[in-house]
Write a protein that binds this ligand. Structure first.
Ligand SMILES: Cc1ncc(COP(=O)(O)O)c(C=O)c1O
Length: 445
C-alpha cells in the first residue's frame, strides 16, 4: 500500500469547515516570496497567504523579534497583566494611524475578531442596533463580523447579523444598471437612506473590496461616505485587514481619499505570519463595557513583538513605495497582455476583461466574452490550478477574478517570472489543458 500524501492526510485529519481550497497545495517551507513543496518544487507566492505574509516568509526582522520574545516571555497575554510589547505595539499603532482626541487600541488574534469587537463596541456605545455594511464585502469568518460580510451572507455560509443593512459598493467596471449615470451617487443614496433610519450604530467598509472581487472604488467614494457618516454622527470603521499596511502603495488604503476614519482595523500583514489583529479608535467607544471582549491570549508577547517588528520594517524598508513600484510593473505587464501585446495575442487578451488594482493588490478579471464582460468562473478555477502546476500560487475572488497580492518584498525578476506563468496559465487553460475532473475536488469559494 502506498503512503498517503500530506494532502490526503490533511483531508483525513483537519476539519473541512475551515478550508478554502483551489488545488492540492502542499508546502514544506518558504523564504521571501518563494514557497517550497515537500518534493522541492519552488512556487512564486502571489497570495502571501491572503496577504498575511506581507513581509514575505521568514523576514529577518520578524525572526529576530520572535527569538527575543520567546526566550523569557512575560506570560502569554494582556488580559490581566501588562508587558512592554503589548503596550509598545498599541503606542506604535497610535503613532502610525491618523486620528484626533483620546484614542485606544484593541489587540486581538485575527481580522475577524478586530471587526467583531469594533462593531460590538459601536453598538454598546450608541445603544443602536443596526450595522451598515456593503454588498460583497468581507469582514470575518466568525460572529457579527461574519454576519455583516456580504460574501458570506450572499453565498449562504452565514445568516445576516440581525438588522444589518447591505448597501451597494460602487463598481467602475460593471456599474449598477439603474444608477442613472452616477455610480457613486447611486450607492451613497442608499447609504443615506439607511442612516436616516436613525438606528445605525456604525458603518463598516473595505477601502478596496477584496474578497468580493478586488474592486477599487472610484476616487471620492470613501470621502463622500465619510462625510455622510459625519453628517449623521455615525462612526465609520475602515477595514484595512486585507489591503492595508503598505500594500496599496501607501501605509493605509484610506489615505488615497484623504480621510481619517473613526476606527481602523488591522490584521494579516500586522503579525508577520503570527496571529494578531488590532482596532484603533476613540476611547469613548473602545473603553465601553470593560471585560466584554475577552481573549486570554490577546496581546500575546510573541505576536506583539512580531507586529512591532513588522511596523518598524514597513517604515524602515520603505515597503509602501516598493509595493507601488512593483505594482506598477505588474499592472503594466498584465495590461499589455490584456491589450493583446502578449505572447499569445488575442487568445489570452480576449479572456481578460480588466486589469485593475492599486500597489500590490492587482486583479485580473477573466471573462468569456470581452465585450459583454461575462464572468468566466470556470476559467478562473482552471487558471489558478494551472498556475500552481507551472510554479505560482494565486487564488481567485469574486468567482472570476485572479487576486494577485504577493509579499511586498517581491523582486523585479520575480514579478517578471510571475507574469510569464500567469500568461501561460491562461493560455493553457483556454486550450483545455486542465480538465473538469482535475478541478472538481476543489470547491474554492
Ligand atoms: C477585509 C477583510 N477583513 C477581515 C478579514 C478577516 O480576517 P481573518 O481571516 O484574519 O480573521 C478578512 C479576511 O480575508 C478580510 O479580507
Amino acid at each position: 500500500m502506498t503512503e498517503p500524501t500530506l494532502y490526503e492526510r490533511d483531508l483525513a485529519a483537519i476539519a473541512g469547515i475551515e478550508k478554502l481550497r483551489f488545488f492540492p497545495l502542499e508546502l514544506a517551507s518558504g523564504k521571501g516570496s518563494i514557497l517550497t513543496t515537500p518534493d522541492g518544487r519552488e512556487l512564486i507566492d502571489l497570495s502571501a497567504t491572503w496577504t498575511a505574509c506581507g513581509l514575505g516568509h521568514g523576514h529577518p526582522a520578524v525572526i529576530e523579534a520572535i527569538t527575543r520574545a520567546i526566550q523569557s516571555p512575560p506570560g502569554a497575554g494582556g488580559l490581566s497583566a501588562v508587558h512592554p510589547d503589548s503596550v509598545g505595539l498599541a503606542e506604535d499603532l497610535l503613532a502610525l494611524v491618523p486620528g484626533t482626541g483620546e484614542r485606544r487600541v484593541y489587540l486581538g488574534h485575527a481580522g475577524s475578531d478586530a471587526n467583531d469587537v469594533a462593531i460590538r463596541a459601536c453598538i454598546i456605545h450608541s445603544g443602536r442596533k443596526r450595522v451598515l455594511a456593503f454588498e460583497h464585502g468581507y469582514h470575518g469568518g466568525v460572529g457579527i463580523a461574519m454576519g455583516v460580510s456580504g460574501v458570506h451572507v450572499e453565498g449562504g455560509s452565514a445568516a445576516a447579523a440581525e438588522g444589518t443593512i447591505f448597501a451597494p459598493y460602487p463598481d467602475p467596471l460593471r456599474p449598477h444598471a439603474d444608477n442613472g449615470g452616477d455610480e457613486v451617487g447611486y450607492c451613497l443614496a442608499q447609504v443615506r437612506a439607511a442612516l436616516e433610519g436613525d438606528d445605525v450604530a456604525c458603518v463598516i467598509v473595505e477601502p478596496i473590496l477584496s474578497d468580493g472581487g478586488l474592486i477599487v472604488p472610484p476616487p471620492g467614494f470613501l470621502s463622500r461616505l465619510m462625510d455622510l457618516a459625519r453628517e449623521f454622527g455615525v462612526p465609520l470603521i475602515c477595514d484595512e485587514v486585507k489591503v492595508g499596511l503598505g500594500r496599496p502603495g501607501t501605509l493605509h488604503a484610506f489615505e488615497d481619499d484623504g480621510i481619517v476614519p473613526d476606527i481602523v482595523t488591522f490584521g494579516k500583514t500586522l503579525g508577520g505570519g503570527l496571529p494578531i489583529s488590532a482596532a484603533v479608535g476613540p476611547a469613548r467607544i473602545l473603553d465601553v463595557a470593560t471585560g466584554s471582549a475577552l481573549l486570554t491570549m490577546a496581546g500575546n508577547p510573541i505576536s506583539t513583538a512580531a507586529a512591532r517588528a513588522v511596523l518598524a520594517t514597513l517604515v524602515d524598508e520603505g515597503l509602501a513605495d516598493a509595493a507601488r513600484e512593483r505594482g506598477e510593473q505588474l499592472k503594466g505587464a498584465l495590461t499589455a497582455i490584456e491589450r493583446g501585446e502578449g505572447r499569445f495575442g488575442d487568445k489570452v487578451a480576449d479572456r481578460i476583461g480588466d486589469v485593475r488594482g492599486r500597489g500590490l493588490a492587482i486583479a485580473v478579471d477573466l471573462v468569456s466574452d470581452k465585450a459583454a464582460l461575462t464572468r468566466d468562473e470556470d476559467l478562473a478555477r482552471k487558471v489558478v490550478y494551472r498556475a500552481w502546476q507551472l510554479g505560482a500560487v494565486v487564488f481567485y475572488v469574486g468567482g472570476n477574478v485572479l487576486e494577485i497580492t504577493p509579499p511586498l518584498v517581491i523582486t523585479e525578476e520575480q514579478v517578471d517570472a510571475a507574469v510569464t506563468i500567469l500568461e501561460q496559465a491562461i493560455s493553457d487553460a483556454v486550450d483545455g489543458l486542465v480538465s473538469d475532473e482535475e478541478v472538481a475536488p476543489y470547491s474554492g469559494w
